[in-house]
Write a protein that binds this ligand. Structure first.
Ligand code: SAH
Length: 469
């Protein structure tokens, strides 16, 4: 069983591990299994890695389906990299996420835990994303059947949809996506039909040629709709005709932009979107705070659960109006602004300068006068002089990216020893690691997972740490 390429037969899948992989135990060894299997399935697994205590592989055959399975609601399920947990009832998805948070905190963090609050599930489990980005490609991903059917036409078939995981030049053509409110599908399908009818070229990422590159949609809970069409180069006549057609065909688009991207990569961060119609941005609301979102701004992609997450965070912070609150990894300042009315002062720190510009603008627009924002790396900014200048923290809110906090920052937090830390995380594994370091001075008081991304394995978790005296 130490060898690679071995096939283990009739393996009963027993649990979920991290990152959406399933787990089984074979001859005392833990086997991580990819390939969309769920606990209760019995499968054959082809191993790609096999170590002393654990192995990893892909399910190549399912002998018996778990009785927990339900029929996926999306026609693209199985190929699309999106909603991969549709075969599980939502209640069970929540249960697995809850379990994973507990496992991580115990196994990686070796932490003594208070009773964990049950994960807060979403009331809206579909059409919950405010942002989606579709890609144009002249290399549609086709199944074996479709290739047979297509005959000579293959592989020059256009697609407007999502990248196939691990195949960088292949895009799955998406007809109906359930991740975003309408008119998302109408916009996408209108653009595709027009482009096909007028022979507009879809981008070829290998050859670096073609015209249409990306279509980015923001559909807000306020009803505002922003479309940003990314093209490789200017072709004024074709561009105006396409954008005009889109405006006339789809009601409700409040702002329409286009961006010229002649670069090799898809990032529009260093490019200048141009307004074709409308004010050039949309607005999203969290409680009665308004956030301006431009084509390049970052914002929580699930507005409904974003608000829930922030409420939990504010509640854990236990504010009375007197506290100095630091908001580390603050992005566009949304958490800091959200808690500002209950704090004496908010200090936000974020690496990306443009996000800090947005944070300042958002604070001003919401008449928040007690928040200041600083651009830079948290480990450079958070030194003794900085804390001396802005005040000893009563509460530190930290919301790092998936990699978690840098060790230098956890060391600094231990030194600063604020009475409370609220740790918001999108990766409970790195969160558990950081909490273990912080356990030198802190006790885990509360744990509250929040489901931001139904039908995916992604987990968001909020932890309240209380300093021990
Ligand atoms: N709290 C925000 C955003 C959290 S996402 C919200 O709720 O919307 C994490 C943020 O950390 C990103 O905006 C990223 O740019 C920022 N970031 C990543 N590494 C950083 C570092 N070393 N110092 C400061 N900010 C960093």
């Amino acid at each position: 069983m130490r060898k690679k390429n071995v096939v283990l037969e009739n393996v009963p899948v027993t649990a979920y591990a991290a990152e959406g992989k399933a787990l089984a135990r074979v001859e005392g060894k833990v086997v991580f299994i990819e390939g969309g299997v769920v606990p209760g399935d019995v499968v054959d697994v082809k191993l790609s890695k096999s170590k002393k205590d654990w192995a990893e592989g892909k399910a190549i055959r399912i002998h018996q389906h778990s009785s927990d399975r339900v029929t996926p609601f999306c026609q693209h399920f199985g190929l699309c990299g999106g909603c991969k947990w549709q075969m599980l009832p939502y209640e069970l998805q929540l249960q697995y996420k809850q379990q994973q948070v507990a496992d991580h905190l115990r196994r990686i963090g070796h932490l003594e835990l208070p009773a964990m609050a049950p994960i807060i599930g979403a009331t809206q489990t579909r059409r919950y994303r405010n942002k989606l980005e579709f890609t144009f490609s002249n290399k549609a991903y086709l199944t074996d059947e479709e290739i047979k059917e297509a005959g000579e036409d293959w592989p020059r078939r256009n697609a407007l949809g999502f990248h196939i995981p691990r195949l960088f030049d292949k895009v799955l053509d998406i007809q109906t996506c359930h991740l975003q409110e309408e008119p998302a599908n109408l916009i996408k399908n209108t653009v595709r039909s027009w482009a096909e009818a007028h022979n507009l070229s879809f981008y070829d990422i290998r050859q670096q040629e073609g015209w249409l590159r990306n279509l980015v949609l923001r559909i807000c809970t306020t009803g505002e709709v922003m479309v940003n069409l990314v093209i490789h180069h200017e072709a004024k006549k074709e561009r105006e005709a396409l954008l005009q057609h889109l405006l006339e065909t789809v009601p409700g688009i409040t702002t329409l932009l286009y961006t010229i991207n002649p670069k090799k990569n898809d990032s529009i961060f260093d490019l200048e979107p141009r307004v074709f119609f409308g004010k050039g941005y949309v607005e999203e609301k969290l409680e009665d705070f308004t956030f301006k979102i431009g084509p390049k701004s970052f914002f929580q992609t699930n507005t409904y659960q974003g608000e829930t997450l922030y409420k939990v965070t504010r509640d854990f912070a236990g504010l009375t109006g007197h506290e100095v609150v630091y908001d580390l990894y603050c992005g566009t300042g949304s958490i800091g602004i959200f808690v500002s009315r209950q704090a004496r002062k908010v200090v936000g720190i974020e690496l990306i300068k443009e996000a800090i510009d947005d944070a300042r603008e958002n604070a001003a627009a919401n008449d928040v006068k007690n928040a200041t924002f600083f651009a830079g790396d948290v480990i450079d900014i958070c030194d003794d002089a900085f804390f001396a200048e802005h005040g000893a923290p009563d509460v530190i809110i930290t919301d790092p990216p998936r990699a978690g906090m840098h060790e230098k920052l956890t060391a600094k937090l231990l030194e600063v020893a604020a009475p409370r830390i609220v740790y918001v995380s999108c990766n409970p594994a790195t969160q558990a690691r950081d909490l273990a370091l912080l356990s030198e001075k802190y006790t885990v008081e509360k744990v509250q997972p929040v489901d931001m991304f139904p039908h995916t394995h992604h987990i968001e978790n909020v932890v309240l740490l209380q300093r021990r005296y």
